[in-house]
Design a protein around this ligand. Sequence first.
Ligand code: ATP
Ligand code: MG
Length: 574
Amino acid sequence: MRLSQILISTLREEPADAEIPSHKLLARAGLIVKTAAGVYTYSPLMWRVVKKFAQIVREELDREGANEVMLPIIQPKELWVSSGRWERYVTDGIMFTLKDRKGSEMCLGPTHEEVMTSFVSAQVNSYKQMPVNCYQIQDKFRDEIRPRFGLMRGREFVMMDAYSFDADEAGLDVAYQKMRAAYCRIFERCGLEYTVVQADSGAIGGAGSEEFMVIADSGEDAILFCRSSGYAANVEKATSKLPDAPAGGEPEAMQKIATPDVKTVAQLEQFFPGWVSGRMAKTVLYHVTWKNKEKVVAVMMRGDLEINEVKLTNALDALKVRLATEDEIKKATGADVGFAGPVGLSEEVPLLADESLRERTNLLTGCNETGFHCLNVNLGRDCRMPSFKDLRTARAGEGCPVSGEPLEEARGIEVGHIFKLGTKYSKAMSATFMDQSGKPTPFVMGCYGIGVSRTPASAVEQNHDMKGIVWPPAIAPFECVVAMLDPKRDEQQALAEQLYGELKDAGVDVCLDDRPMSPGAKFKDNELIGFPVQVFVGRKAAEGQVEFLVRKGMQKDECAAGDVKARVLAALGR
Ligand code: ATP
Ligand code: MG
């Protein structure tokens, strides 16, 4: 391909809303152009990148026997009602919904469990037809609260989503492991530094789930990991050894203490020296939404630890949780903000406590009375016994749940996610097959996603320098560019054309930069766009000499035209 025939428009300035390197560089290189918040147009070069990545995904999934299909973007509400998910997605506000001319409600697919389950269950009647694994690569639509970071968190984005159907759990385990292996090969082929972590299964639900994280400072996810045991988990899911705290001793008589001006933890610390770090139990009120009701719930946590809202949502089997507002707190506790506690809490307000408070004695808590706190509170004696759950956010430095060594923290970008769904959808949607004894049995399912537009952006996040993008060869728009610095000079044109032809014949994905622009601008443009190998044909063309650049590390030297092919192939690792 000749770059003079490709729409390329690099920019001097990055867009004002670009915060992270990949967004800045993809926009400056003219590879993506914003159409609306979280909605992007892919330029011809960027579309080549996305297609190359999609092709790697296809090859590796096909090797595991998965079938590519194409599902509809527009989906009827009834399908989502049949799985019980319409409500949750509408409450979340994540789903784009619309009405057709007859007034029927529809949505733009944010994910495709429903469509795929109804498709496969109509096709597969017997255990003999399994295992089945189908995938598609297509646009997804999610009205994200904060679309940002360019392709990282879009409202329309490209995803590969696969769904496996098996007769039993053992079959699902095999399907899951095959997909896990395929994912590893996919991200390895792209030269990405990634890690596989235990994950929360979120709104999609189900049992086991792991995320593939590309390690990058700009990552939106926090990961806790342990070098010695190999434990790694998303902080949404991670656990740790409970940090020590002073024991409370034998239960003592509860005392109510006037604390008129104490509103913050710092003030509480001054008022009750020594209690707060070890024996204070804070009570946080949450507004919780379920499918059919809403309620304020009180959540107790050891004072030095933090509540994990993802764990809380799961523990309550809720659609959504958020901190209660001042008014909601006053209404639920009858006191000002800052005095909530288990003592004297209305029976109307469900009471949960983190495992860290189980069997702890003589706590300092609020008592739902403005201006008072209680000392020596013993749960179950001075107040209701709360329901204990793991609600704590694990933190770096705490002991690994496996080895006990201190956990370390890293930031990651989620590029893939694999889930064991089990029979969650097949049961809800009555999707069954005939098992060996002729009995209708629900499919045992898995689902698997890869961010097809997010992964190339993550590759840029990991591979760039001051001058621009450094594409990993496997997904570069072209592996190599041969640029004629002055296309008007016959000898430059002839040599560039010759090298371009030779490289094409050698199977290199090469382009010819024949654009009429100054040599300086051409160097800069190619550095910014980031082709892995760059050959510049300039003044020394007559002597059969060219400039040879390996973009990674910017290693530049002169090279005889006759050596170009061998050097390009070597630089590409062939
Ligand atoms: P996140 O936690 O980042 O919101 P998710 O867990 O909702 O993602 P999944 O439903 O697991 O995402 O989707 C599968 C893959 O699709 C993700 O691993 C991610 O790579 C990609 N993806 C999800 N949401 C977006 C988005 N808004 N923009 C671009 N890619 C996305
Ligand atoms: Mg996910």
